[in-house]
Design a protein around this ligand. Structure first.
Ligand code: SF4
Length: 86
């Protein structure tokens, strides 16, 4: 009887630890998937020299959005994360 109670406790503890681990990794993933704010990357609605969102590898033309920066993005815009499109 005592062994059975002990065993149940171990199973419950294991489930609790596993559940917390899954919840934490889900939260960590959501945080990592968050985009940066336009302000934090000095986004501007005009290009910087020949550098613009339109020729940046992170720009998604179909939706006028960016893989890294939050909100609507103009193809004429620019930010400090600009990376040349291959
Ligand atoms: S990373 Fe910056 S420059 Fe490139 S598309 Fe996104 S907002 Fe534009």
């Amino acid at each position: 009887m005592k062994d059975e109670v002990l065993s149940r406790r171990l199973v419950l503890r294991g489930a609790l630890v596993l559940g917390c681990g899954v919840a934490f990794s889900g939260k960590a993933y959501a945080e990592a998937a968050k985009k940066m704010s336009q302000t934090s990357v000095q986004y501007q609605a005009k290009p910087k020299n020949e550098r613009s969102c339109g020729n940046c590898t992170n720009f998604i033309a179909e939706s006028k959005t960016c893989k890294l920066v939050d909100g609507s993005i103009s193809p004429e815009g620019w930010c400090s994360l600009w990376a040349k499109k291959a």
